[in-house]
Design a protein around this ligand. Structure first.
Ligand SMILES: Nc1nc2c(c(=O)[nH]1)N[C@H]1C(S)=C(S)[C@@H](COP(=O)(O)O)O[C@H]1N2
Ligand SMILES: [Mo]
Length: 517
């Protein structure tokens, strides 16, 4: 752009600021606000006080059940990335609007940015782990947003008043500084939030966790395409409502066991791990797992029996559920009669596959109950346990899911895969079956609606874990469909009828179509 010879010097704003610059000022203002909030939250060691994180977490909690179910089904564990991207697009669009409505005066845009700042502060204040100092992050975010917006609108306006090359350079250098500054602040905030203590804590705990035991020989048919018997911590499925992984430190961790008990208890991490630690292989499954789906994994968990703690506290007559709450506000209710069964071995787990719990899987302490879906039993980042009646509704119950969630007997085909193209001749079908705390009796498999054949089963490790199966068919060229169905040791065969995951877990036979040539 060429500098105009006669620059207006009276400062009266005549023409509106150029669209591009106004839009950019809006974007830069919003971006700076979010970055500043994120940085302050990280510096303060309160990652959930970042307005971006708080608004995202509120969106997750407020989202209607069908939308959440759709998100999990469609995006799986990537659902959080999708949510963040969606939020970024919406925020960017509104920021551009804030800029465009401020081309003559920056007031309207400032009001819009201010409204957003208030929304961020409300979201932060609504978080379950809220304390007043957490408001510093949204307040700093608001200030940063307004200052950057005002600065860039003023600089951008020089184009209207007759711009010298000096003006233009100042607009560009200010813009570049804002973009780089916001980027660095955002990245630093993320890094600080991630390192807020849990990593160091995990190393300290490591020494107290016994090593992992190798599963017995023949516990899986991985050579035929099933998963390995134990899932590595890295591959273990992850489902939760936490947009950022809660960062808890063992030093600060406390568990309050209270409610309808004779003796209320407050346990530190040391109090917990001083008790006898037991080790159990458990297959955890998600109620949102569709037929044939991936949300099932097995680990060796190390922890303290929930039953022992309940007996120590003394459960009062009339109590029905143990209502457990996580540091990030998720909660659930687990029937006491299940937790008190002498051989159920429900755990407050501190270790997973010979390591401290990974942060994503609930560090430092989570609950695991063989035979119950995760949403009614497997509270991660556990901080509170209340013995109460069934009247109190839990997180997913309030959203239309069943109050109680025993895992349904199910099976899945892992080989062949859908649309595989295999040589005609012997074809080995292989997969998994599960009926936690009952055990698998048999798995039957058929091809193209032919007779059911009983599959070979892998070594029986425990009734709380999945059981691998396989069977070989001789197939001619053409398209084929394989189906499987499991029968548990209570004599129940999984029904053919397909039902959706809502409200208490999917049913139906898994079927896979492939071709032989
Ligand atoms: N704090 C917390 N714990 C939670 C959840 C959650 O959203 N928040 N989700 C539950 C659900 S629905 C399942 S299936 C399991 C999954 O545990 P994982 O992520 O370790 O596989 O955690 C359970 N515990
Ligand atoms: Mo789940």
């Amino acid at each position: 752009m060429v500098a105009r010879p006669h620059r207006r010097s009276n400062g009266v704003m005549t023409a509106p600021a150029p669209r591009g610059r106004a839009a950019f000022a809006g974007l830069a203002g919003a971006g700076s606000a979010l970055a500043a909030g994120h940085l302050v939250a990280g510096l303060a060691g309160m990652p959930t006080s970042s307005p971006l994180v708080a608004v995202g977490n509120s969106a997750i909690d407020l989202a209607p059940t069908p939308l959440k179910e759709f998100a999990v089904r469609t995006f799986g564990t990537a659902d959080k990335i999708v949510l963040l991207t969606g939020m970024a697009v919406i925020i960017a669009a509104l920021a551009v609007v804030a800029g465009l409505i401020s081309r003559r005066s920056r007031l309207p845009g400032s009001v819009l940015i201010g409204a957003f700042g208030v929304l961020g502060a409300v979201a932060v204040a609504a978080r379950p782990d809220f304390t007043t100092p957490a408001l510093v992050a949204p307040v700093m975010a608001l200030i940063a947003g307004l200052v950057v917006f005002a600065l860039l609108m003023a600089r951008g306006r020089s184009a209207v008043d007759g711009e010298t090359s000096e003006d233009r350079r100042r607009f560009l250098t200010t813009s570049a500084a804002v973009v780089v500054g916001a980027g660095v602040a955002g990245a630093a905030g993320t890094a600080l939030g991630r390192g807020a203590g849990a990593d160091t804590s995990r190393r300290l705990v490591g020494a107290r966790i016994p090593g992992v035991t190798a599963p017995p020989p023949g516990a899986d048919f991985a050579v035929s395409g099933t998963p390995t018997f134990l899932t590595t911590n890295r591959d273990f499925y992850r489902i939760d409502t936490a947009l950022t992984v809660p960062q808890l430190r063992v030093e600060d961790w406390r568990l309050r066991l209270h409610g309808m008990v004779e003796r209320e208890m407050v346990l530190t991490f040391d109090d917990l791990v001083r008790r006898p630690l037991i080790t159990r292989s458990i297959t955890l499954a998600c109620v949102s797992n569709p037929v044939g789906g991936p949300y099932i994994s097995t680990a060796e968990f190390h922890g303290v029996r929930v039953r022992d703690l309940l007996l120590e506290a003394g459960v009062r007559p009339g109590a029905q559920q143990l209502f457990t709450t996580s540091a990030d506000g998720f909660d659930t209710g687990t029937p006491l009669d299940v937790l008190l069964e002498p051989d159920r071995d429900a755990l407050l787990a501190v270790g997973m596959n010979g390591e401290p719990l990974p942060a994503e899987h609930g560090f430092p302490v989570r609950m695991v109950v063989p035979g119950l879906y995760g949403y009614v039993s497997a509270t991660k980042w556990l901080v509170d346990a209340e013995v109460t009646t069934f009247d109190r509704q839990h997180y997913w119950e309030k959203r239309g899911w069943a109050k109680q969630g025993p895992i349904k007997t199910q099976s899945r085909i892992d080989r062949p895969r859908r649309r595989d193209s295999l040589p005609a001749g012997p074809v080995t079908a292989a997969g998994i079956a599960w009926a936690q705390h009952t055990g698998i009796d048999r798995v039957e498999v058929r091809v193209d609606g032919g007779p059911w054949r009983t599959a070979e089963l892998a070594t029986d490790v425990s009734r709380d874990t999945w059981r691998m199966w396989r069977v070989t068919f001789h197939l001619g060229p053409g398209e084929h469909t394989v189906q499987c169905r499991a029968t548990d040791r209570a004599g129940h065969t999984q029904p053919e009828q397909r039902r959706p995951v809502l409200p208490d877990g999917a049913t139906g036979w898994h079927s896979v179509t492939f071709t032989c040539a």
